[in-house]
Design a protein around this ligand. Structure first.
Ligand SMILES: Cc1cc2nc3c(=O)[nH]c(=O)nc-3n(C[C@H](O)[C@H](O)[C@H](O)COP(=O)(O)O)c2cc1C
Length: 187
């Protein structure tokens, strides 16, 4: 395969387009983030990379909490808007008709309309340069019943979760080829 060598750049994608809930107990805010990743299974840790200039940055740093809410493709406009407007001058919950729900955390709200949500406590904060990496421990997870399969797992066909790649939104569609399928024997 012939390849072009490019200047060093981050070519990792698709990634989730996640709507992060944060707040201070009085104020609730949402920031859309694509730089979200799984980093450890036990304890369950994930990371979010946030520019220090974002209004949400200090809400997360000061409260030590955030929620990760995964929108479906039907919520692409809300995700885009929450990733364009700032909570400094807009109440994004009101503007997009979204519902802030209190879960187990004191400051960071869940977004009721998102089919998948996780509540996280900040375990580590790393200043990396352009972004701050918050490593969060997942303390509670929620999946809407209408996107859950018979085993209680996320049904990706039903959920139509929103992804992001090279500046474009996309739908996460399963191939229905399960892990290890190449080595599984037929009955
Ligand atoms: C799809 C998408 C992905 C984004 N990913 C990130 C990200 O990973 N990190 C970041 O700091 N900002 C990211 N942004 C930009 C912030 O969401 C945006 O600056 C937002 O308006 C900040 O809101 P706030 O000022 O209320 O915190 C993204 C925006 C969009 C639309």
């Amino acid at each position: 395969m012939k390849k072009n060598k490019l200047p060093a750049q981050l070519l990792l994608g698709p990634v989730p387009a996640a709507m992060i809930g944060c707040g201070n107990g009085d104020i609730n805010n949402i920031i859309t983030l694509a730089w979200v990743g799984v980093v450890n299974s036990n304890p369950p840790l994930l990371s979010i990379a946030v520019r220090p200039g974002r209004y949400s940055h200090d809400l997360i740093r000061n409260s030590g909490e955030f929620t990760v809410n995964l929108p479906s493709v039907e919520q692409v406009a809300e995700a885009d808007g929450c990733g364009t407007l700032s909570g400094r001058d807009t109440n994004k919950f009101e503007r997009y008709g979204l519902t802030a729900v209190r879960g187990t955390l004191s400051c960071a709200p869940l977004i009721e309309e998102c089919p998948v949500s996780m509540e996280c406590l900040v375990e580590q904060t790393l200043s990396l340069g352009s972004h701050t990496l918050f490593i969060g421990r997942v303390v509670a997870s929620y999946v809407a019943e209408n996107v859950t399969d018979a085993r209680g797992k996320i049904d990706f066909e039903k959920s139509g979760l929103l992804g992001f790649c090279s500046g474009n939104y996309l739908e996460t569609v399963p191939l229905n080829l399960t892990l290890g399928y190449t080595l599984k024997k037929d009955d």
